[in-house]
Design a protein around this ligand. Structure first.
Ligand code: TZP
Ligand code: MG
Length: 206
């Protein structure tokens, strides 16, 4: 089973994605006033609890801790993952952002539970994008992970569409994280269900 991480800014979108079978939601609140964070996080957490979905808060370990989220996702500008681990304890899920193999080495040493590796291609969802990896970039980084004996799940992110999932899985990725391909779809729940189907079907063997 491969992972499908759905990244959203709000509880309503999380609800639709969960109706389609998403079981991992990351709340990413860029450009949101701090005063709104907690209410939005609690509303999204309630949706996730109803659906049995894992609930991850982006950027903010203290908010994640305060509301009892399942985990936190940390970028390069956020609290260092080792510090977050010390704050949150061994059972909290901690994910980290990587753009290259050296980032994954650092994240593995810090004890993260998963890595978001990207961007796969250009996207307007994130500002200040790192260099695009493409399929060749993923194949290269994942080969280096295998050679290093890393077992941490690596999740692709950035401009990923439904049609990309098969080729991305074939690079060795453990799953994909998507925002606009589900949240911006005409029918988000049905589209989420198609992603789930793509990620659960057996990989074609060549
Ligand atoms: N980090 C790298 S790309 C990205 C993030 C959060 C945005 C992913 O959103 P989308 O809409 O699937 O490109
Ligand atoms: Mg961040």
């Amino acid at each position: 089973m491969s992972y499908l991480h759905y990244i959203t800014t709000n509880a309503e979108a999380a609800e639709l994605a969960c109706q389609g079978g998403v079981r991992w939601v990351q709340l990413r609140m860029k450009n949101t006033p701090d005063a709104e964070w907690k209410a939005r996080a609690l509303a999204t957490q309630a949706v996730c609890r109803r659906h049995g979905a894992t609930f991850i808060v982006n950027d903010n370990p203290r908010l994640a801790q305060e509301i009892g989220a399942d985990g936190v996702h940390l970028g390069k500008q956020d609290m260092p993952p080792a510090e977050a681990r010390a704050l949150l304890g061994p059972r909290f899920i901690i994910g980290g952002t990587a753009n290259m193999f050296a980032d994954i080495e650092r994240l593995v040493a810090a004890g993260v539970d998963y890595v978001g590796l990207g961007p796969f291609r250009f996207t307007t969802t994130k500002e200040k994008l790192s260099p695009i990896l493409g399929l060749a970039g993923y194949a290269d980084v994942l080969a280096r992970c295998r050679a290093a004996g890393f077992t941490v799940p690596v999740i692709g992110i950035g401009g990923i569409a439904l049609a990309d999932v098969g080729a991305l899985r074939a690079t060795g990725l453990h799953g994909v994280a998507v925002s606009s391909a589900i949240g911006g779809a005409a029918a988000p729940a049905a589209t989420a269900a198609l992603f789930v189907e793509e990620l659960t079907k057996p990989l074609a063997v060549e």
